[in-house]
Write a protein that binds this ligand. Structure first.
Ligand code: F6P
Length: 354
C-alpha cells in the first residue's frame, strides 16, 4: 500500500481533472495506491484541508474543466502570511503518512516543490499551464484548448470586422510568453500578432493596418496581455508602470484601440478573452495528453523516482529534475517554427527587427 497526496497549484487549467483521474486510477489499479487529495493547492497543507479520493471520486471527471481539488496561486509555504511555514508543511506530510506528493502546477509551484524536496518530501511534478511557457517541455495540457477557444473567437471577430470594415483586436492571456497569441494568431489568420518577447512600435502596427486596408478593409490583431511597447513608444507603458499589481497588466487591447483609432481614423474594437480561454472542457488531445502525463507520473512514483517533473521532449514523455523548471519561462524565440511560418506569410509583429 502506498499513500500519495495530490494537489493543484496556481491558476487552473483544462485537463487538471483528467490528470487527477489518471494518476488516481492508475495508482489504485496497478499499485494498490491510496490517494489523499489536498485542497486549494499548498493552502490545503498549511490549513489541513485534505480528503481521501476514492476510485469513484476519480471517475466521471475526465471532461470536467477546473480542478475538483480547488487551487490557489497565493499560498506559498515559505512565505505564508509573512511567515516561513515550510517545517509545518513537512511535519503534516509525515503526519498524513504520505509516501509522496504529486504537485500539478506551473513554474512557481515547481519552485516550491523543489524547495520542499530539499526538506525531504518526495515530490513528483506535473506541468500545467494554458500558457505553454514551462521550460523543458514541448507542451503543457490546457494550451491546445486555450488556443482553440481563442481561434474560435478570432473566427467570430473576422466576420463582424469584415462587415463593418473595422480593425478588430483580440487580447489573449500570456503574461511572460506569447504562445497562445502566436498559435491562435496563426490558426485564426491574424494580420498582426504582438508578443511579450518582441516589444512593438505603434508605427509598425499602423503601417501594417494601412497596407492591409489597401487590400482588405479590415484587420485582425492578436495581442498577448504581456506585450509591451518599445522604449518611449506610448501610453501603455505608463499604464503598466502605474498598475497596482504588476502581474495584472490587462487592458492592453483597449490602449491599442485608442491609439489606432487616433492614427488610422477608422473604427477599432477590442475584445479581451480573459478567463474564458482557461475554463471549460479540455479538447480531446488535451484529455489524451493529460491522461498520458498522469499515468507517467504514477509510474515515476512506483519507481520512487522523486524530485522529477514529467515533460514531453521530442514527442516522448520523460522526466527532468524539478529545479530545471523552477522559476523559469520558456519564451517564443526567433527560431520557433511557427514564428518563422508567420514571418513567411507576412504577418506583422509590430517590430521592425523581425
Ligand atoms: O495560468 C497563467 C495565466 O493564465 C496567465 O496567462 C494570466 O495572466 C493569469 O493566469 C491570470 O490568472 P489569475 O487571474 O487566476 O490570477
Amino acid at each position: 500500500m502506498m499513500r500519495v497526496g495530490i494537489l493543484t497549484g496556481g491558476g487552473d487549467c483544462q485537463g487538471l481533472n483528467a490528470t487527477i483521474r489518471a494518476v488516481g486510477k492508475s495508482l489504485m489499479l496497478n499499485y494498490n495506491g491510496q490517494i489523499i487529495g489536498i485542497e486549494e493547492g499548498f493552502a490545503g497543507l498549511l490549513e489541513r484541508k485534505v480528503r481521501e479520493l476514492t476510485y469513484t471520486d476519480c471517475s466521471g471527471i475526465l471532461a470536467l474543466g477546473g480542478t475538483i481539488l480547488g487551487s490557489s496561486n497565493t499560498a506559498n509555504p515559505f512565505n505564508y502570511k509573512g511567515k516561513d511555514c515550510s517545517a509545518q508543511v513537512v511535519a503534516y506530510y509525515h503526519e498524513l503518512g504520505l509516501d509522496s506528493l504529486v504537485i500539478m502546477g506551473g513554474d512557481g509551484t515547481m519552485s516550491i516543490g523543489y524547495e520542499l524536496s530539499k526538506l525531504g518530501m518526495n515530490i513528483i511534478g506535473v506541468p500545467k499551464t494554458i500558457d505553454n511557457d514551462l521550460m523543458c517541455t514541448e507542451r503543457t495540457f490546457g494550451f491546445e484548448t486555450a488556443v482553440s477557444v481563442a481561434t474560435e473567437a478570432l473566427d467570430r471577430l473576422r466576420t463582424t470586422g469584415h462587415s463593418h470594415k473595422r480593425v478588430m483586436i483580440l487580447e489573449t492571456m500570456g503574461r511572460y510568453a506569447g504562445w497562445i497569441a502566436l498559435h491562435a494568431g496563426i490558426a485564426g489568420g491574424a494580420d498582426v500578432i504582438l508578443l511579450p518577447e518582441f516589444p512593438y512600435d505603434i508605427d509598425e502596427i499602423v503601417s501594417a493596418c494601412r497596407l492591409r486596408a489597401s487590400e482588405q478593409q479590415y484587420s485582425i490583431i492578436v495581442v498577448a496581455e504581456g506585450a509591451k511597447p518599445q522604449h518611449g513608444s506610448m501610453v501603455v507603458q505608463q499604464t503598466i508602470a502605474d498598475s497596482p499589481d504588476p502581474i495584472r497588466l490587462g487592458g492592453i487591447a483597449e490602449n491599442l484601440k485608442s491609439q489606432l483609432e487616433q492614427h488610422l481614423k477608422v473604427e477599432v474594437r477590442a475584445t479581451s478573452l480573459g478567463h474564458i480561454q482557461r475554463g471549460g472542457s479540455p479538447t480531446a488531445n488535451d484529455r489524451i495528453f493529460a491522461t498520458n502525463i498522469g499515468t507517467y507520473a504514477a509510474d515515476l512514483i512506483a519507481r520512487k523516482h522523486y524530485g522529477q517533473i514529467v515533460v514531453q521532449q521530442q514527442n516522448r514523455l520523460t522526466s527532468v529534475p524539478l529545479q530545471q523548471v523552477a522559476n523559469q519561462t520558456k519564451a517564443v524565440t526567433l527560431e520557433d517554427t511557427t514564428l518563422q511560418s508567420a514571418l513567411a506569410l507576412g504577418i506583422n509583429f509590430g517590430c521592425s527587427e523581425l
